[in-house]
Write a protein that binds this ligand. Structure first.
Ligand code: A2P
Length: 263
C-alpha cells in the first residue's frame, strides 16, 4: 500500500498545514511543518499543491519563511476558477499539502553583487519572497539599508506586509538583527491611502528618491523585483535605464527579477 502511495506522490513530500490566515477575499497565507532534511536559500520558490484524483496538482510558490525557520510559510491568491487555488483556499488546519523539495530561484543573495542599499520592489503576492529576505541575517550583514515596497490595488491587501513588519518588531532576536535598517513603503493604486501610486511612477517622478534620501544608483544599490509580467518589465526597464545590469545565480549582477506566480 505504501508503495502505491509513494508512486502516486511522484517525488513529493507531504506537509502538514498550520495557521491558515485569510487576509482578504483575494489572499490567504498558511504555514507548514518543515521537513528536517529540507534546505533552501531565502527568496527561493518550490512547487506545492494538492493531490487531486490521485495525482499531484502543483504550482510554484515562493517560500515566505527565512532559511533558518522551522516552518514553511506561503502566501497565496485565491482564484475562483484557478485549478489549484480554488481548492487550496479551503485548506484547514491539519490538512496535508504536497511539495516537490527542489527549491530554485533568482531572488537570492547569491545573484547580487555586494552593495549598500537593497531595494525589494513588489506588487500583490510578489511580496512573498521578500518576507523571507527581510528576515534573513545575511540581508543585514550585506546591506546597510533595506527598502521593501509593496503596491496593491486596495488598502486591505497591504495587511500581510504590514503585519510582517510588526512581527519583526515584536520579536526580540529579529528586531535586534534588523535594527533601523528596514523601511516598508506600502502604496495603493485604486483606493485612497497615506501613500498612493505605482512604485514605477514613484521612481520616475522622484518620490522614491525623496523617501529614501537618494535616487537609485548602480554603484551602491541592489534591486530585487517580484510582481506581474508587466510590472517586472517596467521595473526592469527603469533599472536598465539607470545603468543596472541583471544578475543570475551563475553571474551575480545589480538587479534580479522573478515573476510572482499565479494560478
Ligand atoms: P494599477 O492598479 O495601477 O494597475 P495586479 O493585481 O493587476 O497585478 O496589480 C497589483 C498592483 O500592481 C496594482 O497596484 C497595480 O497598479 C500594480 N501594477 C500593475 N501593473 C504594474 C506595472 N506595469 N508597473 C507597476 N505597477 C503595476
Amino acid at each position: 500500500m505504501d508503495q502505491v502511495v509513494d508512486k502516486a506522490l511522484r517525488g513529493m513530500t507531504l506537509l502538514k498545514v498550520r495557521n491558515i490566515r485569510h487576509w482578504t477575499d483575494k489572499t490567504f497565507s498558511f504555514n507548514c511543518d518543515r521537513p528536517a532534511a529540507f534546505r533552501f536559500r531565502s527568496g527561493e520558490f518550490v512547487m506545492i499543491g494538492l493531490m487531486v484524483e490521485g495525482k499531484p496538482l502543483v504550482r510554484a510558490y515562493s517560500i515566505c519563511s527565512p532559511s533558518w525557520d522551522e516552518e514553511l510559510e506561503f502566501y497565496s491568491i485565491k482564484v475562483a476558477d484557478g485549478p489549484l487555488t480554488s481548492r487550496l483556499q479551503h485548506l484547514r488546519e491539519g490538512d496535508e499539502i504536497v511539495m516537490r523539495p527542489k527549491p530554485v530561484g533568482t531572488l537570492v543573495h547569491d545573484a547580487l553583487l555586494p552593495g549598500r542599499r537593497l531595494f525589494l520592489f513588489s506588487t500583490g503576492t510578489g511580496i512573498a519572497p521578500f518576507a523571507s529576505i527581510i528576515r534573513d541575517p545575511e540581508t543585514y550583514e550585506k546591506f546597510d539599508r533595506v527598502v521593501l515596497t509593496h503596491t496593491c490595488r486596495e488598502l486591505a491587501e497591504l495587511g500581510f506586509g504590514k503585519d510582517l513588519i510588526q512581527r519583526i518588531a515584536g520579536d526580540e532576536i529579529l528586531s535586534e538583527m534588523v535594527g533601523d535598517k528596514l523601511t516598508l513603503i506600502s502604496t495603493t493604486t485604486r483606493e485612497a491611502s497615506p501613500h498612493t501610486g505605482r512604485m514605477t511612477d514613484w521612481i520616475r517622478d522622484g518620490r522614491l528618491a525623496e523617501a529614501v534620501g537618494g535616487a537609485l544608483d548602480p554603484a551602491t544599490d541592489r534591486v530585487m523585483i517580484c510582481g506581474s509580467m508587466a510590472m517586472l518589465q517596467d521595473h526592469k526597464a527603469l533599472c536598465e535605464a539607470a545603468g543596472f545590469t541583471e544578475g543570475s545565480n551563475s553571474e551575480p549582477g545589480q538587479f534580479v527579477i522573478e515573476k510572482a506566480f499565479v494560478d
